[in-house]
Design a protein around this ligand. Structure first.
Ligand code: PLP
Length: 446
């Protein structure tokens, strides 16, 4: 009889293969099976697995010092990492607050925004607006800002009542309109929400540049962010970009907001910051905000025991250096049109794939019952889970994106392999994906 496992897993009672090691875009389990990591885990392993330079940096730092408390010491890796992030971040995002996860990066972003308004004598400006069909993290503050119905439902009584507006989700337009004749009602809704709540009460608008886990790589119409910025400027509302999933070359640029030339006031980072080699997240903050706090109370009321620990910082620094040298974001940009073409071909063969969308190497496939009506599957069909499982059985890892929109499951899967993937490897990924979609289509028809 197998030994009882004491580890609480995502699905209790289910069995999971035990990973043995990883190399490049592949993971190997203890039975010797190989998996093509078509999702970089959870859109995280941006430079692939088992990169020698990162392992070396880990060892070197561990021999010096792994932990110091930030109230007692600063440390060289954290200082250097902050400096390099400030160099590549858009606009005047010159300051960095380190945390351990994307959720914490968003919590910190929220707190800094609220603190900023307090420092300038507007303490009532403390509400944030986010979007339905969004995911900003699993902790209660981050979940309060998230429109991920499935993850919220159980805890709704504990969640702060943040107002949310419609997402720029053209394929399933919340207004049942079509771009551009819609006049971007989704963006206009932000203005209406600010006016309704009163600009004097609104601290920030919080968004994922490309909607990830709750929607499956939903890219807004081109002028959307320029309009959002204009509205936020008009009402003195801060822009908080959650680049936890989209940062570090994932969409073909360092940060996704560069596609639209819109500079946020605060930016949350995680996942690709360390490429999964260590837990670390970061909140980047504009000079204007930090200068204000420095002139005021001087202390940012947030932080964790392991914030900015030298071990995690050294690893993330090595990952940044690796990205600087190999420019995997450029590879992502170069592969974009190939991936789009391949996914469109799959969609043209299998009507279950209603929409494909994405940028760089962040792509979503939305699964629908009928591509003409775009009708979603009923929740109990578990189409996303079944597709993810089918791919897994074939040795391909894809990521589920189940937001739950309009009372349906809103089925989508994300394809987001390490940014270091070659075109040949990408062809292999597409081949397995097509086989899995063919089988799912067949299963759904019978
Ligand atoms: N923000 C975005 C956009 C995410 O995709 C995620 C995780 O999927 C988070 C925040 C939360 O990050 P973490 O799981 O590291 O807490």
């Amino acid at each position: 009889m197998a030994n009882k496992s004491h580890l609480i897993k995502p699905l209790l009672g289910a069995t999971y293969p035990e990973v043995a090691y990883g190399k490049g875009i592949y993971l190997y389990d203890s039975d010797g099976n190989r998996y093509l990591d078509g999702a970089s885990g959870a859109v995280t392993a941006n430079i692939g697995h088992g990169v020698t330079e990162i392992i070396q940096a880990m060892k070197e730092q561990a021999e010096k010092i792994s932990f110091v408390y930030r109230s007692q010491f600063t440390n060289r890796p954290a200082e250097e990492l902050a400096e390099k992030l400030a160099q590549i971040a858009p606009g005047d995002l010159d300051y960095v607050f380190f945390v351990n996860s994307g959720s914490e990066a968003m919590e910190t972003a929220l707190k800094i925004a609220i603190q900023y308004w307090q420092e300038i004598g507007k303490p009532q400006k403390n509400r944030v607006i986010s979007r339905w069909t969004s995911y900003h993290g699993i902790t209660l503050g981050a979940l309060s800002m998230s429109g991920h119905v499935l993850r919220r439902n159980r805890f709704s009584s504990l969640l702060a009542d943040y107002p949310a507006v419609s997402p720029p989700y053209c394929y399933q337009c919340p207004f049942y309109e079509t771009y551009p004749s819609c006049g971007m009602k989704c963006a206009n809704e932000l203005e209406t929400a600010i006016q309704r709540i009163g600009p004097e009460n609104v601290a920030a608008f919080i968004f994922e540049p490309i909607i990830g886990a709750a929607g499956g790589a939903i890219v807004p119409p081109e002028p959307y962010y320029a309009k959002i910025k204009e509205i936020c400027d008009r009402y003195d509302v801060l822009l908080i970009a959650d680049e936890v999933m989209t940062g570090f070359g994932r969409t073909g640029k360092n940060f996704a907001m560069e596609h639209w030339n819109v500079e946020p006031d605060i930016m949350a980072l995680g996942k690709g910051l360390s490429g999964g080699y260590t837990p670390i997240g970061a909140t980047m903050v504009s000079a204007r905000i930090i200068d204000t706090i420095e002139r005021g109370s001087k202390v940012i009321m947030s932080g964790h025991t392991l914030s900015g620990n030298p071990q995690s910082a050294a690893v993330a620094l090595a990952v940044l250096d690796y990205m600087n040298l190999h420019q995997p974001g450029e590879n992502a940009a170069n592969l974009e049109s190939f991936v789009e073409h391949e996914l469109r071909t799959i969609a043209s063969h299998y009507p279950v794939v209603g929409d494909i969308r994405g940028k760089g190497l962040l792509w979503g496939l939305e699964l629908v019952t009928n591509p003409e009506t775009k009708e979603s599957f009923p929740i109990h069909t578990f189409v996303t889970e079944r597709t993810v499982k089918k791919c897994f059985e074939k040795g391909l890892i894809v990521y589920p994106a189940v937001g739950g929109i309009n009372g349906t499951s809103g089925d989508a899967i994300i394809i987001a392999p390490p940014l270091t993937i070659s075109k040949e490897e990408m062809k292999m990924l597409m081949k397995i994906l097509e086989e899995a979609i063919a089988e799912i289509s067949h299963d759904l028809d019978h």
